[in-house]
Write a protein that binds this ligand. Structure first.
Ligand SMILES: [Zn+2]
Length: 125
């Protein structure tokens, strides 16, 4: 299992190519691969239908972590999306429907931007 620091470095590869790695100070603590709970497939289908965007559930790589910290803002998060298709969920919030759907929506929309009304409509968060 890679240490969080190694993981962070390898995760930075893609954003670095896009020139935005320095803007990202996201740190998952003790991240490990997550076998997504069965209910995630239902939630994915619901978000797909709500957003009217279809994509394969299998494209997402899931991780859980003890804590998800944004070093930049000093805030903690229940979930995080990392482009193109990686989603982290805080271990204590694996079945928090709104939080998981929020990250799913990031993946379907392929943006970090929160201006879309779909976030409140489809995830409630
Ligand atoms: Zn978000």
């Amino acid at each position: 299992m890679p240490s969080p620091r190694q993981l962070l470095r390898s995760l930075c590869l893609l954003p670095m190519l896009l020139g935005s790695c320095s803007e990202v100070a996201f740190e998952p603590v003790n991240a490990r691969p997550l076998d997504p709970p069965g209910i995630y497939r239902s939630w994915w289908a619901e978000v797909e239908a709500c957003a009217d965007i279809r994509a394969a559930f299998e494209r997402v790589s899931w991780y859980e972590a003890d804590r998800l910290i944004n070093r930049e803002t000093g805030t903690e998060h229940v979930g995080a999306w990392w482009p193109p298709h990686t989603i982290y969920v805080d271990s204590g919030y694996l079945l928090f429907e709104g939080g998981v759907k929020h990250e799913m929506l990031h993946d379907l929309l392929q943006t970090h931007d929160h201006s879309s009304p779909l976030f409140s409509r489809c995830a409630g968060v």
